[in-house]
Design a protein around this ligand. Sequence first.
Ligand SMILES: [Zn+2]
Length: 272
Amino acid sequence: MSENDKIKLRIIPTGTMHADLTWLLIDPGRMATKAQPEKLKDWVEVPTHVVYIEHPSGKKILWDAGVPRDWETRWGPTGLDQFFPVDTVTEGMWLDSRLKQLDVEASDIDYLLLSHLHMDHASNAKFFQDSGTKIIINEEEKKGALSFDGYNQGAHIKSDYDGLTFDTVSEDTEILPGVTLLQTPGHTWGTMSLKVDLADSGTMIFASDSLYLKESYGPPAIAAGIVYDTVAWFTSVEKIRAIEEKTNATVVFGHSAEQLTDLRLGPDEYYA
Ligand SMILES: [Zn+2]
């Protein structure tokens, strides 16, 4: 198999937030107790990433869309700018800079696959509004995200995505050979994960917010501060685990600073 016949995949950091760990991990072991009433908050790094895929068919895919340059303005009305400041980012890390580094424009991206529509994953989706890019989300995510009035509901900020034309899926769907959207709801109405089968590196599963951290995965799995449907979330985690065990996959967590240091990072490096 020549390099051109292989899927090439780049994991690309797109800016790091900080937040209280409680948002990410409801871990009794780290909470205040009678013996430890003054437990300090854990203010931790919460990196974001996108995945850029060049498919042997010639199609280009982007998984998620990072955080926006104007996060203070856009997140300010929600208060989320205080909880999740994007305070560790360099000029070259914003999504538009990353696309330039990859030498692609929005119109070169055939598919934008969004794990869900939270503001740290979907807020650059409008880069792709008139680019001819097919934007794919889960049907329930679309319904939920458009179901409320006002500026935001939790971390869904309507202006990030209203007016976009979406294609939706409701079951596990192979978008292109070797590139499959997995339905892993629970974090939000219709959060998805992405499975990519690579020739040399094997299967990789990008869990997005279905699994924030290694500690979320366990076993046992530990839920997070933001889970819309806890039962569905646990079911989704075990679904990912079953696929991981069957395919010997690498599971890439949605916001793990620790894991990112172990991964090959783009744009320079890639998996094939
Ligand atoms: Zn989320």
